[in-house]
Structures are given as C-alpha cells and as structure tokens.
Design a protein around this ligand. Structure first.
Ligand code: SAH
Ligand code: SF4
Ligand code: F3S
Length: 433
C-alpha cells in the first residue's frame, strides 16, 4: 500500500481541507503515515496569510526535498493557499515539487497522482464558483470537536487580506448537506461541532441564512456543543444573537468577532465596512442578548498609515470591550492586495512595540474576565490529561476557556460540572467535587 504524509499550516479551513484530501487518498487505496521518511507521497497544505506563514513552508519544503534525494520515486505536492497564490512561480523556485493544487482542485487529486510520475510538473490552480466538496466525506482524526465547512471563499476583500485571492468567491453548501455531515460526525463519536467559513454569517443557500443553519445543526441529536468561526461584524445581527440565547447550552456562550482596529480611519483603509461605534454597539447588543457571553477577537497592528493615535484608539476600544481573548498580529504586506499599494510605513520596531503593548493589555483583560468565573459552577467538556502531569486533567468551558482540575476516572468527551476556584495566566482551575 502506498503511504502519504500531510503537513498542515494555516487556519482551520486548511485543517478541514487536509481531512478532505485524506478522505480522497484513503479512497484511492493510500494509507496515512505520521512519518515523512516512509511516505511515497508528501503533501504540504499551505497558508499565505502572512509572510511568516510562507517562510515556514519554504524551509519545510527544503527538508522534504531530502527525502526525494534518497528516493526519487517520492512525489511532493504543495496544496492550499500558497499553491494558489504563487502558482508556477513556486515550481520555478522549487523544481523538485511534482504538483501544486489550489483549494478548489482537490477532486482532481487521483488523476494528478496518476499522471505525476510521467510529467515534469502539474499545476492545478483554477478557482471555482461552485466547488463545495459537498458529497466528499473528510477522514477526521479522532477527537472531541469535528470541523464542518459550511461555505468556501470570501467576497469581503479586506484590503490587507490574501484570502479572497487564494480561496476565490464565496459559495455556501446546502443546509441539508451540512446537517447530514453533522449527523455523520455525531455517529462517529464527536460531541462538539465547529462550523467553519471565512465569513460564516454571510452563509446563504436558497432561503436559508446563517442563523437558520445554526439552529438546524443545534437540533441534531447528540450535538453537545456547537461553535462557529469566524463571523464578520457587518453581517452579525440580532437574529444570530437570538439563536445563541435560545439554543444555549448547545450553541456555546462564545462569539469570536474580529475587530482588526479601533480607529475609524484604519477600519476604512482596511475596507472593513463598519465603524468603531458600530462594533461597540454590536458588543453591547451581544451582551444584552446573551448573558455571560465570552467575546474574542482578531487585531492587526501597524497597518499602513496607522498613527500612534489610531493605535491608542484600538487600545481604548479594548478597554471598553475587555475581550476574553484575542489573536494579535503585526501587519504583513501581501503582494497583490490593495493595501500592498500603500507604503508599509510603520517601522518593524514600532510594530513590535505596539504588538507588545497590545498583548500586555490583553493579558490583563483575559485574566480579569477569567476571574469573573471564580466561585461559579461551569460545565466542562473533558479533553484528557493536562500537558504537564497525569495528576491533572483538562477540559473546556462553553466560553472556550481551558480548565485544569485534579484527575479522576473521567473519560474524554464527558461533561462534568465544577466550581471554578482560581484563574491564572490564561487558564482556569477547578477543585475536586
Ligand atoms: N476570515 C476571518 C479571518 C481570516 S485570517 C475573518 O475575517 O475573521 C485571520 C486573521 O489574520 C484576520 O482576522 C486578521 O486579523 C489576520 N490577518 C489577515 N491578513 C493579514 C495580514 N496581511 N497581516 C497581518 N494579519 C493579517
Ligand atoms: Fe480576509 Fe476579510 Fe475575508 Fe476575513 S473577511 S478572510 S480578513 S478578506
Ligand atoms: Fe491561510 Fe488560506 Fe487559511 S491563507 S489563513 S490557510 S484561508
């Protein structure tokens, strides 16, 4: 049996796509291996969102080329966003790569594998307006949470972002096919589902919008927890918050709502299509509608033209919202995007300074928000032993916060209830029963 090895970079969409590709390969009689040195087929599923993400892949490909030097029959394939972004250019620099496939070409993999040994190179980077891989079933690794892609692509064109170019136009799967996949993953033993898309709340299929889909999946028997990522503030509305309220605790008490910046001038230059005020009003509306909700976000520092005052405005927005968690990034210029036409005029040192200040403030907020849970009983979905010791186990709350507690004979996927006793760093702690 031929063996394949896949390494995945980037966001959860890529994790999902790797599972999709694994499903296709298993169907072709290939077998997965965790060891690249014994693989006949090496695949790297790549990300272009920041320069650093691409750098990592370049260096990893260098390492892959050694396996091929030892065994010239080994095939190397680059798939995902970098394949789409760089196309032929990637092969010109890395001639040992046999084929590259963009995110809409995975269906062609069996044919490409058949042709690759006879051909010098294969480049399959045509984007599709329709491909949603509806009837293909991903080969998921065992676990607690199953990711389900509900839509592909993005039409938002935030000026800094490469995703609309690497993933193409927005298209949604039918409600029925998503619900079917939800039933299948529950039958396989998953307890939590996370619905995935670059822009989940612009989901639209026939008469169905995102809140309808969320309800339909929440109603599937056996779904203990339901999450989704990421929504866009422009399309977030009361109908969505109502589903949170009406379907709690299945729909988790957590909303990840990327703000990117707290300064109107920067938001406008980013083409984010909402104002600081609109975002703050949304947060108010969310907190009024959903008691005890956790809110997390994404933010970028050092966007072209970001003044010190703009950055201060972002810190000030953080003070107003007090996010439970945040992913924070230094702006990274992506050739081909609108923002790449602007001067990348915030120095690297200044980006670093802003990022560090932002991280420090967020750390305070995370801790303060976590301390709110002390003394309260939370339901915890057990994941397993803590990373440090078998004397402790870990799980997550509905807010997606990690809780550490003394080990007992709990099984992964068990839902337990514990009173939170402490909050340190980004972690919650609970005592024994
Ligand atoms: N579709 C999702 C996010 C996709 S990328 C959404 O809009 O929420 C994840 C995060 O990476 C973005 O939210 C943004 O904060 C960050 N990001 C995207 N492009 C970037 C760039 N060029 N430089 C730095 N950060 C970037
Ligand atoms: Fe990128 Fe904006 Fe689309 Fe998110 S919404 S993927 S940040 S273009
Ligand atoms: Fe990266 Fe592509 Fe996801 S660029 S963040 S892997 S959609």
């Amino acid at each position: 049996m031929k063996k394949y090895y896949i390494e995945t970079y980037g966001c959860q969409m890529n994790v999902y796509d790797s599972e999709l590709v694994a499903g296709i390969l298993n169907g072709e009689g290939y077998e997965a291996t965790a060891y690249p040195e014994e693989a006949d087929l090496l695949l790297i599923n790549t990300c272009s969102v920041r320069e650093h993400a691409e750098d990592k892949v370049h260096s990893r490909l260098g390492e892959f080329s050694h396996f091929k030097q030892e065994n010239p029959d080994v095939l190397i394939g680059v798939i995902g966003c970098m394949a789409q972004n760089l196309k032929k250019k990637l092969i010109q620099k890395k001639p040992y790569v046999n084929f590259i496939i963009g995110p809409d070409g995975y269906r062609h993999l069996p044919l490409i594998l058949e042709e690759a040994p006879r051909k010098k190179h294969i480049v399959d980077t045509k984007l599709s307006r329709f491909e949603v891989y509806d009837e293909l079933f991903p080969a998921r690794n065992e676990g607690i949470n199953a990711w389900i892609s509900i839509m592909r692509g993005c039409d938002k064109f935030c000026s800094y972002c490469i995703v609309p170019y690497t993933r193409g136009r927005e298209r949604s799967r039918s409600l029925e096919s998503v619900v079917n996949e939800a039933r299948q993953v529950i039958a396989q033993g998953f307890r939590e589902i996370t619905l995935l898309g670059q822009n989940v709340n612009s989901y639209r299929h026939e008469k169905h919008r995102f809140p309808d889909l969320l309800k339909a999946v929440a109603e599937v028997d056996g779904v203990t927890r339901l999450r989704y990522t990421s929504p866009h503030p422009q399309d977030a509305d009361q109908a969505l918050f109502d589903v949170h309220r009406d379907y709690y605790p299945v729909v988790c008490n957590h909303i990840h709502l990327p703000v990117q910046s707290g300064a109107d001038a920067v938001l406008q230059a980013m083409n984010r299509s909402y104002s600081r005020d609109h975002y703050l009003r949304l947060v108010e509306q969310i907190r009024e509608s959903i008691p005890d909700v956790a809110i997390s976000t994404d933010m970028i520092v050092g966007f072209p033209g970001e003044k010190v005052q703009d950055f201060e405005d972002t810190l000030n927005l953080m003070e107003k919202v007090r996010f439970d968690a945040a992913f924070m990034f230094k702006y990274s210029e992506r050739p081909g995007t609108k923002a790449a036409l602007l001067a990348d005029d915030v120095s690297e040192e200044e980006k670093d300074r802003r990022l560090q200040a932002m991280i420090a403030l967020q750390r305070e907020h995370t801790l303060a928000q976590n301390q709110r849970h002390i003394g309260k009983e939370e339901s915890i979905l057990v994941e397993g032993f803590s990373r440090k010791t078998k004397a402790e186990m870990m799980g997550r709350t509905t807010h997606n916060k990690i809780v550490i507690f003394p080990a007992k004979d709990y099984q992964p996927k068990q839902l337990i209830h514990r009173s939170i006793s402490d909050a340190r760093g980004v972690t919650l702690f609970a005592m024994e029963d």
